[in-house]
Design a protein around this ligand. Structure first.
Ligand SMILES: Cc1cc2nc3c(=O)[nH]c(=O)nc-3n(C[C@H](O)[C@H](O)[C@H](O)COP(=O)(O)OP(=O)(O)OC[C@H]3O[C@@H](n4cnc5c(N)ncnc54)[C@H](O)[C@@H]3O)c2cc1C
Length: 446
């Protein structure tokens, strides 16, 4: 029975008892085979909701918990792109030389707070250790292996939930202001090609024909015409979540504080002091995943790459596909609500206030790029969950029994949520894995 201690009534959103027993037995690890295994999923961003749907499809009884509205975190404000080509991490061999500039605010698209860096020096050092050519090659290979399966994880969920109307396959355009910048990226683009991306190289005139609203003369462009974008990422999570509830999934609208293992199962304590019993738990709280006690995630070097967006209502007609201004580190994306400019990176932790310099930078660039002079209708700060090697953790915990980690998807969480959910369901069911999860193991940091 699903219950929160201390309440006589069924909490909002929890499924009516008895929960529907799946008509196909799941092949879970032995002692739990004889009953309906209950999995709690902490965090209802795109990653948690995809895990919940895949687990539900496998026949598990699933309860999501989140004190915030599902899909309202990083998953709401991103650049909407299913970035299968995104195998190049921010780690790069030239990073050590860039650090002084990043600390002093010399690069608008990427900044590091000096005070925060000082207080979190071990993380910065770990990050720099993963910037050697050898390490970067490993990251590229590992990310590419996940990205190649991105649609295998996402498309079945889109079909299951009938959300195809929220996706458009009209490609993306990467633009370069200077030839020098294009040349600097050549090696990265070669790597992307080696891992299956297909580009068409464009000159200035061809870029103008494709996107006539672009005001800035961009010297070079790359068109990837088989890339999907999500027209409203927050709505996608909400509709996935609604389907999950309609299919009998449970929901506790509270944050998890910690877990306590018992002889038979685990108690999952909420911030209110109430608890939920479950047999397994998935930790998918994005950048907040270290904050749950008793599941050993606090030992993982999870950080946040803060990112920003500004939005102009009604201006989506200006572009016909996402356009990435490569030197400036952001995308301009036409979406349901209008035109969104999203990107930039700031290392300053979860507590610092919005850095207006990042927002002003995006506003300035929207003028230069698209001649937009009105102020944006909204601005937003979100927290990308990031580990020092830019690889997510998709892993069973070695130290906390029946605990699975699914976080750290940095710039690629929207893209990789579906395949992460599929892999987590395979892990929880004790099935053969469809991908080598070695590079994503939590143990790589032990
Ligand atoms: C500016 C920007 C642009 C981006 N562009 C793209 C893009 O184009 N393509 C792409 O693939 N990715 C993109 N990303 C990255 C992507 O948005 C993230 O990787 C992804 O949203 C992370 O999803 P998540 O579910 O892990 O985290 P979140 O969406 O942050 O969800 C975490 C959830 O956990 C909940 N939570 C926190 N603590 C607890 C707790 N104790 N108990 C229970 N719940 C808890 C939170 O309330 C939240 O709802 C972008 C990110 C940014 C910031």
């Amino acid at each position: 029975m699903l219950r929160l201690a201390g309440t006589g009534t069924r909490p909002v959103g929890l499924p009516a008892e008895p929960c529907s027993i799946p008509d196909h037995p799941y092949p879970g690890p032995s002692p739990l085979n004889d009953r309906n295994c209950h999995v709690a999923v902490a965090g209802a961003g795109i990653v948690g909701v995809c895990c919940a749907l895949w687990l539900q499809q496998r026949g598990f009884r699933v309860t999501l918990t989140d004190g915030n509205e599902p899909g309202s975190g990083a998953s709401s404000g991103n650049a909407c792109t299913i970035a299968r080509y995104g195998c190049i991490p921010i780690n790069s061999p030239d990073m050590p030389g860039r650090i002084p500039g990043l600390l002093s605010g010399g690069e608008n698209r990427f900044s590091i707070s000096p005070w925060y860096a000082l207080a979190h020096l071990p993380w910065l050092i770990a990050f720099l250790k993963h910037c050697s050519r050898h390490k970067v090659n490993h990251i590229v290979e590992s990310l590419a292996s996940l990205l190649a399966s991105a649609h295998d994880g996402l498309d079945p969920l889109v079909e299951l939930t009938g959300t195809g109307d929220l996706l458009a396959r009209d490609g993306i355009l990467m633009v370069y202001e200077s030839r020098a910048a294009f040349e600097r990226e050549r090696e990265s683009n070669r790597l992307r090609e080696r891992h299956g991306s297909r580009f068409t190289e464009l000159n200035k005139g061809e870029i103008g024909e494709l996107e006539p609203a672009l005001r800035r003369p961009f010297e070079k462009g790359l068109l990837l015409d088989d890339i999907c974008r999500v027209l409203d990422p927050a709505a996608l999570v909400k509709r996935f979540f609604r389907h999950f509830l309609d299919a009998g999934g449970g929901y506790v609208p509270e944050h998890v504080r910690g877990i306590v293992h018992t002889q038979q199962d685990m108690k999952i304590f909420m911030h209110s002091g109430k608890f939920l019993r479950a047999d397994r738990i998935v930790i998918s709280c994005g950048a907040f995943s270290r904050q749950i006690e008793g599941c050993d995630s606090e030992k993982l070097p999870l950080e946040t790459e803060r990112g920003y967006n500004i939005q102009y209502a009604g201006l989506q007609h200006l572009l016909s596909r996402p356009v990435s201004w490569t030197e400036c580190g952001f995308y301009a994306v036409p979406m349901h609500q209008g035109l969104r400019l999203a990107g930039t990176v700031e290392i300053a932790g979860l507590a610092a206030r919005k850095n207006l310099r990042h927002i002003e930078f995006l506003i300035r660039k929207s003028r230069e790029m698209l001649d937009i002079h009105d102020p944006p209708d909204s601005d937003w700060l979100g927290f990308r969950p990031t580990l020092p090697d830019s690889l997510p953790v998709i892993s069973a915990s070695r130290h906390s029994p029946n605990t699975y980690y699914a976080f750290g998807h940095q710039h690629l969480g929207l893209t990789l949520a579906g395949i992460t959910g599929k892999l987590v369901a395979q892990l929880a069911a004790g099935e053969d894995m469809s991908l080598n999860l070695g590079p994503f193991s939590a143990d790589r940091f032990r």
